[in-house]
Design a protein around this ligand. Structure first.
Ligand code: SF4
Length: 104
Protein backbone atom coordinates (compact mmCIF):
# COMPACT_ATOMS: atom_id res chain seq x y z
CA UNK A 1 0.00 0.00 0.00
CA UNK A 2 1.30 3.45 -0.89
CA UNK A 3 1.23 5.97 1.89
CA UNK A 4 0.51 9.65 1.34
CA UNK A 5 4.17 10.65 1.83
CA UNK A 6 5.58 8.39 -0.91
CA UNK A 7 3.14 9.80 -3.45
CA UNK A 8 5.22 12.97 -3.44
CA UNK A 9 8.69 11.46 -3.78
CA UNK A 10 10.56 12.60 -6.87
CA UNK A 11 14.16 12.32 -8.05
CA UNK A 12 15.57 15.78 -7.28
CA UNK A 13 18.62 15.31 -9.52
CA UNK A 14 17.92 13.55 -12.83
CA UNK A 15 21.63 13.06 -13.66
CA UNK A 16 22.26 11.40 -10.30
CA UNK A 17 19.22 9.22 -10.83
CA UNK A 18 20.57 8.03 -14.18
CA UNK A 19 23.98 7.25 -12.69
CA UNK A 20 22.40 5.28 -9.86
CA UNK A 21 20.22 3.36 -12.29
CA UNK A 22 23.06 2.29 -14.57
CA UNK A 23 25.61 1.47 -11.83
CA UNK A 24 25.40 -2.09 -10.52
CA UNK A 25 26.23 -2.82 -6.91
CA UNK A 26 29.90 -3.69 -6.57
CA UNK A 27 31.35 -1.09 -8.94
CA UNK A 28 34.22 1.02 -7.64
CA UNK A 29 32.63 4.24 -8.95
CA UNK A 30 29.78 5.42 -11.17
CA UNK A 31 29.31 3.54 -14.43
CA UNK A 32 30.00 5.67 -17.48
CA UNK A 33 32.73 7.81 -15.89
CA UNK A 34 35.58 5.87 -17.51
CA UNK A 35 37.11 6.20 -20.96
CA UNK A 36 34.54 6.18 -23.75
CA UNK A 37 33.35 2.87 -25.15
CA UNK A 38 35.15 0.78 -22.53
CA UNK A 39 33.50 -1.80 -20.32
CA UNK A 40 34.39 -3.54 -17.08
CA UNK A 41 35.38 -6.65 -19.04
CA UNK A 42 38.31 -4.73 -20.50
CA UNK A 43 39.51 -3.47 -17.10
CA UNK A 44 42.43 -4.96 -15.19
CA UNK A 45 40.31 -4.94 -12.01
CA UNK A 46 37.54 -7.13 -13.48
CA UNK A 47 38.18 -10.37 -11.61
CA UNK A 48 37.38 -12.77 -14.40
CA UNK A 49 39.76 -15.34 -12.93
CA UNK A 50 36.91 -16.24 -10.60
CA UNK A 51 34.25 -15.80 -13.23
CA UNK A 52 33.14 -18.38 -15.72
CA UNK A 53 31.18 -18.80 -18.88
CA UNK A 54 27.58 -19.87 -19.02
CA UNK A 55 26.97 -23.17 -20.69
CA UNK A 56 26.34 -22.94 -24.37
CA UNK A 57 22.69 -22.85 -25.33
CA UNK A 58 20.26 -20.33 -23.99
CA UNK A 59 23.06 -18.40 -22.27
CA UNK A 60 25.16 -18.54 -25.42
CA UNK A 61 28.36 -19.26 -23.51
CA UNK A 62 28.78 -15.62 -22.55
CA UNK A 63 31.01 -14.32 -19.78
CA UNK A 64 29.32 -14.23 -16.39
CA UNK A 65 29.47 -11.19 -14.09
CA UNK A 66 32.60 -10.88 -11.95
CA UNK A 67 33.67 -8.94 -8.89
CA UNK A 68 35.65 -5.71 -9.10
CA UNK A 69 39.01 -5.89 -7.35
CA UNK A 70 39.17 -2.09 -7.09
CA UNK A 71 35.88 -2.05 -5.19
CA UNK A 72 37.29 -4.62 -2.80
CA UNK A 73 40.43 -2.54 -2.23
CA UNK A 74 38.47 0.64 -1.61
CA UNK A 75 35.61 -0.78 0.45
CA UNK A 76 37.58 -3.50 2.24
CA UNK A 77 34.80 -5.88 1.33
CA UNK A 78 33.74 -7.66 -1.78
CA UNK A 79 30.73 -6.24 -3.54
CA UNK A 80 28.32 -7.75 -5.96
CA UNK A 81 29.38 -9.20 -9.28
CA UNK A 82 29.42 -6.68 -12.12
CA UNK A 83 28.14 -7.62 -15.60
CA UNK A 84 31.01 -7.63 -18.10
CA UNK A 85 29.30 -5.18 -20.45
CA UNK A 86 28.83 -2.46 -17.83
CA UNK A 87 30.27 0.88 -18.92
CA UNK A 88 33.55 1.48 -17.11
CA UNK A 89 34.20 3.82 -14.19
CA UNK A 90 36.90 6.40 -13.50
CA UNK A 91 39.24 3.77 -12.04
CA UNK A 92 39.38 1.88 -15.33
CA UNK A 93 42.80 0.59 -16.30
CA UNK A 94 43.09 -1.46 -19.47
CA UNK A 95 43.67 -5.17 -19.00
CA UNK A 96 46.59 -6.54 -21.03
CA UNK A 97 44.43 -9.41 -22.27
CA UNK A 98 40.70 -8.92 -21.61
CA UNK A 99 38.67 -12.13 -21.46
CA UNK A 100 36.59 -12.89 -24.54
CA UNK A 101 32.87 -12.16 -24.35
CA UNK A 102 31.96 -15.66 -25.46
CA UNK A 103 33.69 -18.92 -24.59
CA UNK A 104 35.51 -20.67 -27.38
S1 SF4 B 1 35.86 -0.18 -14.68
FE1 SF4 B 1 37.28 -1.47 -13.55
S2 SF4 B 1 37.55 -0.46 -11.57
FE2 SF4 B 1 35.66 0.35 -12.49
S3 SF4 B 1 34.03 -0.93 -11.69
FE3 SF4 B 1 34.63 -1.79 -13.68
S4 SF4 B 1 36.13 -3.38 -13.14
FE4 SF4 B 1 35.94 -2.02 -11.36
Amino acid sequence: MTDSMSLHLTQPNADLGHMIARTPSGMAFWSGTGPGNTTCRECVFFDHQHSYYAKKGIGGGSLKPAKCKKFKALAQSSGGAVPHDTRSCKYFEPAPVPPPVVSK
